[in-house]
Design a protein around this ligand. Structure first.
Ligand SMILES: [Zn+2]
Length: 246
């Protein structure tokens, strides 16, 4: 309980979104970054990168990715769909035991454009409960389906103590469109910079290309001296005041 209170206090020690300012704010990256409610990447000179996987877990591809991460002593963040986590409980437990971060990507992956605040709250809370029941860790990271963000989504995430996590604009692999493993890998490797957050998907179709690309990326960027950390670790190490993933 104390841990939770401390975590909440830490999160809200950042400047809160000012209600008056939000009346007519531009819904831009610069604005939301300035409020501290959303991150796209981290500012650091350390060779740290956060790989993230959305829409899982998947019984075939998630374990393959997990094995590769282990092989390269890497950790990643999995933005899971709550109802899939319920279906594949041991996958989540295994990922978490290996030091990966399990984060919130809603319970049923609804379209967020016109979702009500209550429905979104329910989606986030149910997924939080699922993640906690499986990992005994609270997640404070939320990634909205489709990367949709607006004031309602961000403030709703905020009221449930979540930071909204997007991805580096240069690191959207579009792996869901199966562009080829080499293309996915080249995109990430050629754009790699300290503090990047990379977007992949470990579910939602045949993700063999993603698995192959991840192996290439881990191999090449490890040789270049990069370390692969969770989003929470990346943000902590770079001074962003988010609660520890405990
Ligand atoms: Zn998604």
């Amino acid at each position: 309980m104390l841990k939770m209170l401390l975590a909440t206090a830490l999160l809200f020690s950042q400047p809160l979104i000012n209600e008056e300012v939000t009346q007519s704010h531009p819904n831009t990256r610069a604005y939301w970054e300035s409020t501290g409610g959303v991150v796209w990447e981290a500012k650091t000179k350390e060779k740290l990168i956060a790989l993230t996987f959305d829409d899982g877990p998947h019984p075939v591809y998630t374990p393959q990715i997990s094995q590769l991460l282990e092989k390269y002593k890497a950790r990643a963040t999995f933005f899971v769909i709550g109802q899939r986590a319920e279906s594949y409980k041991t996958l989540i437990q295994d990922l978490s035991k290996k030091g990966n971060e399990i984060a919130n990507h809603t319970f049923s992956h609804p379209r967020l454009g016109r979702i009500s605040k209550d429905k979104l709250l329910d989606e986030i809370k149910r997924t939080d409960d699922t993640i906690y029941s499986l990992t005994h860790k609270h997640t404070h990271l939320f990634r909205p389906p489709g990367g949709v963000y607006n004031e309602k989504i961000i403030t709703t995430a905020r009221t449930t103590s979540h930071l909204v996590v997007m991805w580096s604009w240069t690191q959207d692999t579009k792996d869901w469109s199966n562009p080829g493993a080499a293309k996915i890998a080249n995109k990430v490797i050629s754009h790699a910079k300290p503090g990047n957050i990379v977007l992949f998907h470990d579910s939602g179709g045949n993700r063999l290309q993603t698995v192959k690309a991840v192996e290439q990326i881990l191999h090449d960027l490890t040789e270049q001296g990069y370390k692969f950390v969770t989003v929470s670790e990346l943000l902590h190490k770079t001074g962003k005041n988010v609660p520890a993933h405990r």
